[in-house]
Design a protein around this ligand. Structure first.
Ligand SMILES: Cc1cc2nc3c(=O)[nH]c(=O)nc-3n(C[C@H](O)[C@H](O)[C@H](O)COP(=O)(O)OP(=O)(O)OC[C@H]3O[C@@H](n4cnc5c(N)ncnc54)[C@H](O)[C@@H]3O)c2cc1C
Length: 276
């Protein structure tokens, strides 16, 4: 039976690059309304194999089928209060199937966007008074931007618990949303932002912030210095998003301090979303 081509139902209304291949895509639905979603949830974007790849990407070893839709999950980075478009924070995997095609899109170009937004990686159902540490590598920051932006727009500022973002990347220019998070830290007494770069020797000008990995920030007690006391499983929930190797290492250093992974059968203080 011949396959039925899926029609593109969304278009690019904004594109911004933090660094080559590290970009924001703003996507608006065409002819349908965005459903409600909970900050932290993800949707699906897609393009056909016939869509052009960025010249900065690798040549495909096996060319994708022209009329086959390539789909991948992407966390929403925009506030759930914005109803006309969604923002995604994406990093191009040079050898990847979809991201070189997404990176090649220009303003007005069409693509496919799934109409459902799902996922359990949200701030729902954690105790109201628990502090929240949001740890990410790379584009793993996306769901946290949605959480923070939604809180700020709904409450006219963050609510009372303490929040911290620890964001790891290789270089400072890979730290998307740096300016927005620095501003949020300046205007919110209860928000701390700790960016950390793992290759400071490659920086173009001296990096004055934390160096190493998110693990070094945690073990160096940077949060305790900002908060006045170290986070504990009794007062803090920790979110982990991005590179599976970071998540594996974080489960170890958090486990050593008696934080427990949250599962359907066991309540815990560690919540995680692996990107691949
Ligand atoms: C719930 C969920 C939410 C996600 N949200 C985001 C998001 O907000 N932003 C985002 O950029 N990605 C996100 N991803 C990852 C995304 O779905 C794709 O896997 C990614 O964009 C690569 O797609 P691709 O087709 O270009 O590469 P593929 O052809 O699928 O991948 C090729 C290989 O590259 C590796 N790889 C995949 N992603 C990465 C990466 N980011 N860095 C390094 N290596 C990688 C894997 O080993 C993979 O096998 C999310 C994934 C999940 C499951």
């Amino acid at each position: 039976m011949a396959s039925v081509a899926i029609e593109y139902n969304a278009k690019v209304i904004g594109k911004m690059e933090f660094a080559p291949g590290n970009f924001i895509l703003k996507v608006a639905p065409v002819g349908w309304e965005l459903p409600e979603f909970i900050p932290g949830q993800y949707g699906v974007l897609g393009l056909n194999g016939s869509a052009g790849r960025s010249p900065l990407s690798d040549i495909e070893s096996t060319p994708a089928e022209a009329d086959k839709l390539i789909r991948r999950a992407y966390s929403v980075a925009s506030s759930s209060t914005a109803k006309d478009h969604l923002e995604f924070y994406i990093s191009m995997v040079r050898s990847g199937a979809l991201t070189p095609r997404l990176y090649n899109l220009q303003l007005g170009d069409k693509l496919w966007m799934g109409k459902k937004f799902v996922g359990m990686f949200t701030l729902e159902n954690i105790p109201q008074n628990a502090n929240v540490v949001l740890i990410a590598t790379g584009t793993g920051l996306a769901p946290y931007m949605s959480m923070l932006r939604t809180l700020v727009t709904k409450n006219n500022g963050l609510n009372n618990r303490k929040y911290a973002v620890i964001h790891g990347a290789r270089h400072s220019w890979d730290l998307g949303y740096q300016a927005e998070l620095q501003t949020l830290e300046r205007i919110s007494e209860n928000f701390s932002y700790i960016p950390v770069v793992s290759s400071p020797e490659e920086e173009l000008s001296k990096w004055a912030g934390a160096t190493g990995f998110v693990e070094d920030v945690w073990k160096g007690r940077a949060l305790g210095r900002k908060w006045g006391s170290d986070p504990t499983p009794q007062d803090t929930h920790v979110y982990l998003c991005g590179n599976p190797l970071m998540i594996e290492s974080a489960l170890k250093f958090l486990g050593a301090e008696k934080f427990v992974k949250h599962t359907k059968s066991e309540e815990g203080q560690i919540h995680l979303e692996e990107f691949w």
